[in-house]
Design a protein around this ligand. Structure first.
Ligand SMILES: [Cu+2]
Length: 317
């Protein structure tokens, strides 16, 4: 029995080392990992982050955050497989070995100290093996150490508002394209009129806030999911290591038109991004009405004419 427990410990600590090595590699924000990832169940075969029929597994990684998620997913999946096989074999063995015909007088043993220690310590060890890379991943996703670009994401009922604070007051709204106006290659309920554009290879700091209720900024291919909470600013980051269009959705139930909040991120080469930035500044400046000043907003909220108040009260009855 002692030897058996010893072997379990040996195997478990071996797994722990493997876990730390495999997840540690992907956790440098500056060095892109050229290796393929996707876990043992593979990836959905879609170059864009849109769902595919019969697609299983995680979406293809478009950047390092998603790769780190893939690695962690693979580790946990192997642990699950090992536990499932172990328990199945143990159960089958017990059923066969201790069947009534082979074991007519059952043992009256009710305690076995070493065995009880083992089945407490081993699961704890497995949880530690999972916890260490899990915390590393959480801190990796937490914030951009060296951000090349900051984007403010605001969830609103029911559309997205994006701002590029590095480029003055560049900001715009993003809404889905109605089904009847979709062009070829635009996925329904995912394609938007004004996508979020980012340069390939740039560490993008994302700051999220909510205007009205809690929304959630979720782009699986980039490994980003962050709540947008009114009155708070949350931070996360992502990087796209290849050009492409990646889709996501608000994944926090936020009201009637929750389904109406798709996200489209277009990763383009740096030069193309600069060109987009220049035209976007003039385009969105022209599209947006000048913000009303505070005095005018206050005046609008408190009507000077008392009869106006009376009228609105009457109307409420
Ligand atoms: Cu929402």
């Amino acid at each position: 029995m002692h030897r058996l427990i010893g072997r379990w410990f040996g195997k478990a600590s071996g797994l722990a080392v493997a876990a730390l090595m495999s997840v540690g590699e992907a956790l440098a924000q500056s060095a892109p990992d050229p290796g393929t990832s996707g876990g043992i169940v593979g990836e959905t075969h879609s170059s864009i982050g849109a769902p595919t029929p019969w697609g299983i597994g995680l979406q293809p990684a478009a950047g390092p955050v998603k790769e780190a998620i893939h690695d962690f997913n693979t580790l946990v999946l192997w642990i699950i497989i090992a536990i499932t096989i172990f328990v199945t074999l143990l159960l089958a063995y017990a059923v066969w070995r201790f069947r009534e015909s082979a074991n007519p007088t059952p043992s009256r043993t009710s305690h076995h100290t070493m065995l009880e220690v083992a089945w407490t310590v081993v699961p704890v060890l497995i949880l530690v093996i999972i916890a260490i890379p899990s915390f590393r991943l959480i801190y990796y996703e937490d914030r951009a150490r060296e951000a090349d670009l900051t984007i403010n994401v605001q969830g609103r009922q029911w559309y997205w508002h994006y701002a590029y604070p590095d480029s003055g007051d560049l900001a715009f709204d993003s809404r889905p394209i109605p089904t009847e106006e979709l062009r070829d290659g635009q996925p329904r309920n995912l394609a938007v009129d004004e996508p979020l554009v980012i340069p390939v290879g740039a560490n993008v700091r994302v700051l999220t806030t909510g205007q009205d209720v809690i929304h959630s900024f979720f782009v699986p291919a980039l490994g980003v999911q962050k709540y947008t909470i009114p009155g708070r600013t949350l931070e996360t980051w992502f990087r796209a290591d290849r050009p492409g269009t990646f889709y996501g959705q608000c994944n926090q139930i936020c009201g009637t038109n929750h389904w109406f909040m798709p996200i489209e991120v277009r990763a383009v080469p740096q030069a193309e991004f600069q060109a987009w930035l220049e035209q976007a500044k003039t385009k969105y400046a022209a599209a947006q009405p000048a913000a009303p000043d505070a005095a005018r907003q206050l005046a609008a909220l408190a009507p000077a004419d008392p009869t106006a108040v009376a009228t609105s009260e009457t109307r409420r009855d």
